[in-house]
Design a protein around this ligand. Structure first.
Ligand code: 13P
Length: 259
């Protein structure tokens, strides 16, 4: 059985002062025993500066902390960057890469992602790899072509099926991010099925069946259940709703109760 995953992406939000009230409130809403389920995993993608403070709330590793990006080199003259080795130095072994906001605003390309995938593989780190099409690409009916191109980067950098075991894929249509207009369950399912099929072709059916595919884009406590019942949606990468402890707590409750 593949894992169900709820992953927060706080993006460039939050504060040091917010951590304690957030987690206090979040833990009040959820059933704490659900965090021990081997089938259900909770991640928090935090701004680098807050990762260390958030460590007090991960309950001996029951919650996984993740960075939202990293550099492709282990060290060097890259002013202002954070290397994956530095993340490991702080006990962080998971990184979101390829987020559309990084592609859009920070010149993340297939080439830089390829380099990041290589270093993360070398360091045995877990990757949450994001893909997704823009509104223009969707309207031009290019969704599948764009996703294929983005997936090819992943397949080329990680050619062995054993490499995929450390990858979680997040389909985040750019037109749904932060817009309040989530993909419909049918739309998301259709794309997720396509992604799983593409993985089966690139590796094999077993790998495709094992990988967790997350949906991201205006997911919230009101729409998560209808998305969760889709056979190829295994979880969510959540922006705005993950900053609200009650709402995110309700999302975790629903996800952790879904087999
Ligand atoms: P929203 O949930 O705010 O739409 O953001 C989705 C996202 O980009 C998560 O990475």
């Amino acid at each position: 059985m593949r894992k169900r995953i709820l992953a927060a992406n706080w993006k460039m939000n939050g504060s040091k002062a917010m951590l304690k009230p957030f987690f206090d409130q979040f833990f009040k809403i959820i059933d704490m025993s659900s965090l021990s389920s081997p089938q259900h995993k909770l991640y928090f993608g935090m701004p680098y500066l807050y990762l260390e403070g958030a460590r007090s709330y991960i309950l001996n590793g029951k919650i996984t902390l993740s960075a939202q990006n990293c550099h492709w080199a282990e060290s060097g003259a890259f002013t202002g960057e954070i290397s994956p080795v530095m993340l490991q130095d702080f006990g962080i072994n998971t990184v979101i890469i390829g987020h559309s906001e990084r592609r859009q605003f920070f010149n993340e390309t297939e080439e830089t992602l390829d380099k990041k995938l290589h270093i993360l593989k070398k360091l045995n780190m877990q990757v949450i790899y994001c893909i997704g099409e823009s509104l223009e690409q969707k309207e031009a009916k290019e969704t599948l072509k764009v996703l294929q191109m983005q997936l090819k980067t992943l397949f080329t950098a990680l050619p062995n099926k054993s490499d995929l075991e450390r990858v979680v894929l997040a389909y985040e249509p750019i037109w749904a991010i932060g817009t309040g207009l989530a993909a419909t369950p049918e739309q998301a399912q259709e794309v997720h099925r396509f992604i799983r099929g593409t993985i089966a072709e690139a590796y094999d059916i077993d790998s495709a069946e094992k990988i967790s595919l997350l949906y991201g884009g205006s997911s919230n406590a009101s729409n998560i259940v209808s998305l969760l019942v889709q056979p190829d949606i295994d979880g969510f990468l959540v922006g705005g709703a993950a900053l609200k402890p009650e709402e995110f707590g309700r999302m975790w409750r629903d996800l952790s109760q879904t087999p």
